[in-house]
Design a protein around this ligand. Structure first.
Ligand code: NAP
Length: 292
C-alpha cells in the first residue's frame, strides 16, 4: 500500500483565490503586523515566507521590532499601540518571547478583531464554546480545512488521535474536531508526553494528527493500515548545503497509511493560506465564512 498524498497546494490555491477576489471586489488593503522581540533568528524565514504569501494576495506586512531586553510593560504598550492602529488589520506576536515575559498576558492585548492567529484567551474560549465568530488558531484551522476538503477524510464518527496538547495546535484542534458542527463530530483522544503506551492509541486511530516537534516520531508500526495521517511537525534539516523540512512522521509511514500530508508541502502551506484568509476577513468583516 502506498498512501495518497494530501498535498496542500491545491487547497492553498483555492483559499488564495477567495482572498484575492474579495480584496479586488472590496478594494480593501489589509495589513498584517508582526511583533518581533530581538533578532528575527529562527523566525526570520517564517516571517519572510509570510511577507511573500501576503504580497501575492495584495496584503501588506509590517514588522514591529523591539529589543531583546524589552520589559514586559514596554512590550504590552507596543501591542496595545499596534492594536489601536487603524492601518493594522491583523496582529501577531512571534514566539518564543524572552524568559520572564508572560506570553498569554501579552497575547491577550491583541484586540479580538485583529487576532488573526486565534491565540488570545477570548479566541481560544470561543473555539471551545463552538462559537465560530472568533478566529480559530490558524494551524488547527488548517488541519480542519484539509480534512473538510475531501469527504473521504470526514472526521464525523471517527476515532481521531492528536499527539501534542499545545494551545497553538493540539488542544484547540481537539475542541474543533469534537464540536457538533460540519467537519466535527469526531471522537478525539489528545496525547502528550505523559501518555502511557502512545502506540496503542495511535494504532487504533482512523485519523492521527502529529503536532509534537519530534522528528520522525510516528513510525509505521504505530499506524493502522489505511489510516489518515496529518503531519503538523516541522524540522529544518540540511542536506548537502540545502535546507528543507522534515515532519513528525517517518517517511516509511507512507507504506501503511491510506492518506498522508507531506512535509514540506502539506499543513504548513495551508496554514499560511488560512492565516492570510483571516487577515482578509479582519479587513472585510462579515465577508468570509469562518475557516472551520
Ligand atoms: P509544543 O508547544 O512544544 O507542544 C508539543 C506537544 O508535544 C506537547 O503537548 C508535548 O507534551 C508533546 N510531546 C512532546 N514530546 C512528546 C512525546 N515524546 N510523546 C508524546 N507527546 C510529546 O509544540 P507546538 O507549537 O504545538 O508545535 C508542534 C510541532 O508543530 C513543531 O514541530 C512545530 O514546529 C510544528 N508547527 C507547525 C506549524 C505549521 O503550520 N505546519 C504550526 C505550528 C507548529 P507536553 O504537553 O506533555 O509537554
Amino acid at each position: 500500500m502506498s498512501a495518497e498524498m494530501l498535498r496542500g497546494a491545491p487547497l492553498a490555491g483555492v483559499l488564495r483565490k477567495q482572498v484575492v477576489a474579495l480584496l479586488e471586489e472590496t478594494g480593501a488593503e489589509p495589513c498584517l503586523a508582526n511583533v518581533v522581540v530581538g533578532d528575527d533568528g529562527a523566525a526570520a524565514s517564517y516571517l519572510d515566507s509570510l511577507d511573500k504569501a501576503a504580497g501575492k494576495r495584495g496584503i501588506a506586512t509590517r514588522r514591529i521590532r523591539l529589543d531583546e531586553d524589552v520589559s514586559e510593560e514596554a512590550l504590552c504598550e507596543a501591542v496595545v499601540e499596534a492594536g489601536r492602529d487603524p492601518g493594522i488589520h491583523g496582529l501577531m506576536i512571534q514566539f518564543p518571547l524572552p524568559d520572564g515575559i508572560d506570553r498569554q498576558r501579552v497575547t491577550d492585548l491583541i484586540p479580538a478583531d485583529k487576532d488573526v492567529d486565534g491565540l488570545t484567551t477570548r479566541s481560544l474560549g470561543s473555539v471551545l464554546a463552538g462559537d465560530r465568530r472568533h478566529t480559530a488558531p490558524a494551524t488547527a484551522a488548517a488541519v480542519c480545512e484539509i480534512l473538510r476538503a475531501d469527504e473521504r477524510l470526514d472526521p464525523k464518527g471517527r476515532d481521531v488521535v492528536i499527539v501534542g496538547r499545545s494551545l497553538v495546535v493540539g488542544r484547540p484542534l481537539a475542541a474543533m474536531l469534537t464540536a457538533p458542527v460540519p467537519g466535527g463530530h469526531a471522537t478525539v483522544t489528545t496525547c502528550h508526553s505523559r501518555t502511557k503506551e502512545l502506540a496503542e492509541h495511535t494504532r487504533r486511530a482512523d485519523i492521527v494528527v502529529m503536532a509534537v516537534g519530534v522528528r520522525h516520531m510516528l513510525t509505521p508500526d504505530m499506524v493502522r493500515p489505511g489510516a489518515v495521517v496529518i503531519d503538523v511537525g516541522t524540522h529544518p534539516v540540511e542536506t548537502d548545503g540545502t535546507w528543507t523540512l522534515d515532519g513528525d512522521v517517518h517517511p516509511d509511514v507512507e507504506g501503511v497509511a491510506g492518506f498522508m500530508t507531506p512535509v514540506p508541502g502539506g499543513v504548513g502551506i495551508v496554514t499560511t493560506s488560512v492565516l492570510m484568509r483571516h487577515v482578509a476577513a479582519a479587513a472585510c468583516p462579515g465577508r468570509l465564512e469562518p475557516a472551520w
